[in-house]
Design a protein around this ligand. Structure first.
Ligand code: FES
Length: 252
């Protein structure tokens, strides 16, 4: 995060979350961190603030994922292509967070539904969850367990799609590529498993980012009312203070 200061004479700061789907554990905690930084500092005077908090259903984001999947499907022999199962894999959340009312699972589901609509429901698909840590209960089914389950059902060909990550990092390059597509696939005797690239620098994705900012600057809404409302069972007082602060700075 770079810090907006008075001496830079910035007129408008747009805080643009790079997580397409909103979770209080990811975007929310980043927004809280920005609030925590500024709460004891003087805000640059005469600077307008606005927020892009989520963009899970943006048409060009959907097109980007669809293109990434088409590229991988084309690598399968024609006679196998229709049987490939598309597994959309997103970072999981503790069930305690889900049950507080976090909107992330629904927003990831919305992205998946639109990507499959864009692909004319060309293949069977499922939404699965990865990267669980610790002993508490997390949202499933987990990506590795789903692969095991489908193999038991006789399925042999898969594409893994990182649907909530916009670029490569340890959870795509290590967890998906090495742990699942290489080690687990060998152990399970999977015939072919491919991993769709994250959006990264796909030209349609770059257009998506530009369009999101452009539409935001043209719109009259500086903040999403949904962002200003806490989860129904939120117990984090930082969320309360932070949302009140954003409501104030984005209005002025
Ligand atoms: Fe969601 Fe606080 S945990 S608003």
């Amino acid at each position: 995060m770079s810090v907006a200061r008075s001496r830079d004479r910035v007129q408008h700061t747009v805080i643009f979350s790079q997580y397409p789907q909103y979770s209080c554990s990811t975007s929310g905690s980043s927004f809280n961190a920005i609030y925590n930084y500024y709460k004891t500092r003087e805000l640059p005077s005469e600077m307008k603030w606005s927020i892009i908090d989520r963009w899970a259903t943006h048409p060009l984001l959907i097109k980007t994922f669809a293109e990434r999947i088409k590229q991988e499907l084309a690598q399968f022999p024609k006679e196998k292509r229709d049987d490939v199962i598309i597994l959309f894999s997103a970072h999981s959340l503790p069930l305690q967070v889900v049950n507080r009312g976090d909107s992330y699972p629904a927003e990831v589901g919305a992205t998946v539904a639109l990507v499959m609509q864009e692909l004319n429901y060309c293949n069977p698909y499922s939404l699965v969850w990865q990267s669980k840590v610790g002993p508490t209960a997390w949202l499933g089914p987990f990506t590795d367990e789903a692969l095991k389950g489908y193999v038991k059902q006789g399925k042999k060909n898969f594409i893994l799609v990182p649907i909530a990550f916009v670029n490569e990092h340890i959870e795509t390059l290590h967890e998906l590529d090495i742990e699942y597509c290489h080690e687990l696939a060998q152990e399970l005797g999977i015939e072919t498993i491919r991993r769709a690239a994250a959006p990264n620098d796909h030209p349609i994705f770059i257009d998506a980012l530009a369009d999101i900012v452009d539409s935001h600057l043209k719109s009259k809404q500086s903040i999403n009312p949904k962002f200003l409302t806490r989860c129904p069972h939120c117990v984090n007082l930082s969320c309360d203070a932070s949302k009140n602060w954003y409501a104030k700075i984005c209005k002025s």
